[in-house]
Design a protein around this ligand. Structure first.
Ligand SMILES: CC(C)(COP(=O)(O)OP(=O)(O)OC[C@H]1O[C@@H](n2cnc3c(N)ncnc32)[C@H](O)[C@@H]1OP(=O)(O)O)[C@@H](O)C(=O)NCCC(=O)NCCS
Length: 196
């Protein structure tokens, strides 16, 4: 069984009031990464497929493999991103982490996301994807903690994750946040449950 360690090391601060109204509507938090980057978090909606796809394309082949247990082509990235964005809105909840970037038309550069989705009467499953150059900066921890808070509000009692045994990053993250326990094995995956 995994140990249950909770270490709240990131300060969550309120979104500044000067943000445009359209952004404030979705945006509720800003968090600092270990390198000082101020990351914003907002809820994912079905129109976010392009941003999710960009996250996948900015993950290395290894990171994508750890996430999907397959070598993801660009076409699959697009397809999975579309499915995920719709699932977040219709049967779960997702959080997008991004920074503002004036050089882009949409003004947003996505860094990662976390979501959970409920399939029928099964336990809600969660997964996370963070672009390679933002990994190990604390973003996974921030996203997972916020996802758990949201799940609690929605009266979810457990979240479940399917993790490849070689995915040290995800296993460490799950140990550091929440109250996890190893549930079992399913195919190539280990199943972890977190008490919300
Ligand atoms: C797994 C993943 C979500 C972790 O997010 P992250 O932002 O890199 O994790 P954090 O920086 O918040 O780290 C959380 C803890 O895990 C540890 N950790 C993270 N990656 C690690 C690694 N590769 N090896 C050892 N420890 C690691 C960190 O040191 C930290 O521990 P600490 O609290 O003692 O400092 C991210 O690396 C990722 O997107 N990986 C590729 C896709 C994937 O595997 N998704 C999960 C499948 S469901």
């Amino acid at each position: 069984m995994l140990s249950t360690i909770t270490t709240p090391i990131f300060q969550i601060i309120q979104t500044p009031q000067w943000l445009p109204r359209v952004l404030r509507r979705f945006d509720n938090q800003t968090a600092l990464l270990k390198d000082g980057t101020a990351v914003r978090l907002r809820q994912i909606c079905s129109c976010d497929a392009k941003l999710i796809c960009e996250i996948y394309t900015n993950m290395s082949a290894n990171s994508r493999f750890l996430r999907f247990n397959t070598h993801l082509t660009d076409a699959l990235c697009t397809e999975f991103a579309q499915q995920t964005a719709v699932q977040c809105e219709e049967s779960g909840f997702g959080l997008l982490a991004y920074v503002l970037d004036d050089s882009r038309e949409d003004g947003i550069r996505p860094l990662g996301f976390a979501y959970y989705v409920q399939h029928g009467d099964q336990l809600p499953e969660f997964a996370m994807s963070i672009v390679d150059n933002c990994q190990r900066l604390g973003l996974g921890k921030i996203l997972l903690k916020q996802l758990l808070k949201r799940a609690k509000k929605a009266s979810v009692t457990f979240l479940e994750a399917y993790v490849l045994p070689q995915n040290t990053g995800m296993r460490m993250l799950i140990q550091r946040v929440g109250r996890p326990f190893f549930y079992g094995e399913e195919g190539s995956y280990e199943t972890y449950r977190i008490v919300v």
